[in-house]
Design a protein around this ligand. Structure first.
Ligand SMILES: O=C(O)CCC(=O)C(=O)O
Length: 300
């Protein structure tokens, strides 16, 4: 086939030194015009047709109409394998690159608040606490902060980072009497995923909320606090987003943190929504550099 007829899924983007510096300092970056219209159409189709998209469990603190884990198809693989995409991620990670682990779909309808301030320890608990992992949030409807909102709000990790939670949970799950402790009321009252009132106050006062056109995306690392913004009533009948989670090219696997975090979650009577950690465990030992073992584990 004539190669010039194949349309790229991802536009070619060059990231400036200032952008790289910004991402390192703040932990997030808005990427303009990354995806072509064809890719956005494919992703809209993917989440509309996915059997995985369903009403979220009651136990979710968020008010979201549909959510689905492990939503991946050819389009996801094509994005990950695209030279332009790999090049973009390399530019933002000092050449380390990143390994894809999971695709998730979200849909918010008018007046729904989505998820409160949180960090993604549940989704990104497979790596050592200090090692990096990323979320690429791809809105599938335009976000206009002067009209309906419905996007994401986030806070620079220079102002308030979630890093200490990853360390705290890692220390907790390594303690001898950890299993007994998580059965106590002291533990059950501890919320390790969402912000407490003081944190809420700080996060609300320092939040950034951007507009997004179709094709734009937000990349943020695992230490960035973020929340959904309520979709106000207006012409959009819902706001959809496709989320891709990645582990940094130098991130080391942690079975201890993964199993420990899953058991903390279950100790608070929640069912696991995904077993991606157990799937990774089939290929990896504690401390191994994930990208050296798995180029893309969903293709293994
Ligand atoms: O799309 C949303 O509103 C939620 C996304 C989110 O919180 C996440 O990907 O962690």
């Amino acid at each position: 086939m004539n190669k010039t007829l194949i349309k790229p899924l991802i536009n070619h983007l060059t990231v400036s030194i200032e952008d790289r510096q910004f991402f390192k300092q703040h932990g997030f970056i808005k990427l303009k015009n990354v995806f072509t219209n064809e890719t956005i159409n494919e992703l809209q189709r993917l989440i509309a047709q996915s059997n995985g998209m369903k009403t979220p469990p009651q136990s979710y603190s968020g008010d979201m109409s549909r959510i689905g884990y492990d939503i991946e198809e050819k389009v996801t693989q094509n994005i990950c394998n695209s030279d332009n995409f790999q090049n973009l991620i390399k530019q933002l990670t000092d050449d380390r690159g990143a390994t894809f682990i999971q695709g998730i779909g979200f849909e918010l309808t008018p007046n729904q608040t989505g998820f409160n301030w949180h960090h993604d320890i549940m989704s990104l608990c497979h790596v050592m606490p200090d090692d990096l992992a990323y979320t690429l949030w791809i809105p599938l409807d335009p976000i206009n902060t002067k009209e309906q909102h419905g996007g994401l709000a986030y806070v620079s990790r220079q102002i308030y980072s979630a890093q200490h939670y990853f360390n705290l949970v890692y220390q907790l799950v390594k303690q001898d009497k950890f299993n007994a402790f998580v059965q106590t009321e002291d533990f059950k009252n501890w919320n390790f995923q969402t912000a407490d009132p003081v944190e809420n106050f700080i996060l609300e006062n320092n939040k950034v909320e951007d507009d997004f056109e179709l094709g734009d995306a937000l990349l943020f690392d695992k230490f960035v606090w973020h929340k959904s913004c309520t979709l106000k009533r207006g012409k959009l009948t819902s706001r959809r987003a496709y989320v891709m989670r990645f582990l940094d090219g130098k991130a080391r696997y942690s079975n201890t943190l993964m199993e420990g975090t899953y058991s903390l979650y279950q100790a608070t009577s929640n069912d696991l929504v995904t077993d991606v950690g157990y799937q990774l465990a089939k290929f990896l030992q504690e401390g191994e550099i994930i990208s050296e073992k798995l180029i893309n584990f969903k293709e293994q």
